[in-house]
Design a protein around this ligand. Structure first.
Ligand code: S3P
Length: 184
């Protein structure tokens, strides 16, 4: 495809394991936009893994770092932003992301999320909230129950990812943008 669409920032939200990073990279490549993963920036800036930050300084401190990264990345224009699953816990994060961006929620069922998390090699260092692989399903269910309304109310568009390829999901988002911005 490799086209250019004059769009706002494309922001991907959703639970861990729904494919935000993979889909974000695909969209960025297709639309020749810059890609930013907010967790990667936190890791890069701090020089520490997310697990280390949670263990040593606690979740609240991680959320402060996350907020700083949301603030700075939201100032950019025409980039693709993949966020951490907990970004919706702060309504301020969402307000800031929406100033320059359009928010797509990636939604998946529990099986998809569990399978993706289990097969991800970086989960251990990246997802301290889902460390307990014995109770993974229950953990995910509990977190999702608490966040579901926040995800839905934050999203401009909802995209289901179950049993779909990265390309298929990414193309749906690109097509939505095309129709919004009457391009293509
Ligand atoms: C988190 C999700 C993780 C990461 C951190 C907290 C969450 O990102 O930001 O472990 O609260 O759901 P992913 O959504 O990329 O797994």
């Amino acid at each position: 495809m490799n086209e250019h669409i004059n769009t706002k920032n494309i922001v991907l939200i959703g639970m861990s394991g729904v494919g935000k990073t993979s889909v974000g990279k695909y969209i960025a490549e297709e639309l020749r936009m810059k890609f930013i993963d907010t967790d990667d920036i936190i890791i890069f800036n701090s020089g520490k893994t997310i697990k280390y930050i949670f263990d040593k300084y606690g979740e609240e401190y991680f959320r402060t770092l996350e907020k700083e990264v949301i603030d700075s990345t939201s100032m950019h224009k025409e980039i693709v932003i993949s966020t951490g699953g907990g970004v919706v816990l702060s309504s301020l994060n969402i307000d800031i992301l929406k100033t320059n961006g359009i928010i797509f929620l990636l939604e998946a069922n529990l099986n998809t999320i569990c399978n993706n998390i289990r097969s991800s090699i970086s989960s251990k260092d990246h997802r301290p909230l889902l460390e307990d692989s014995f109770n993974l399903r229950n953990k995910i269910e509990g977190i999702y129950r608490k966040r579901k309304n926040l995800y839905l109310s934050s999203a401009d568009h909802v995209v289901s990812v179950d049993d779909r390829s990265i390309e298929d999901i990414g193309d749906e988002i690109i097509n939505t943008l095309r129709s919004l911005y009457s391009c293509g």
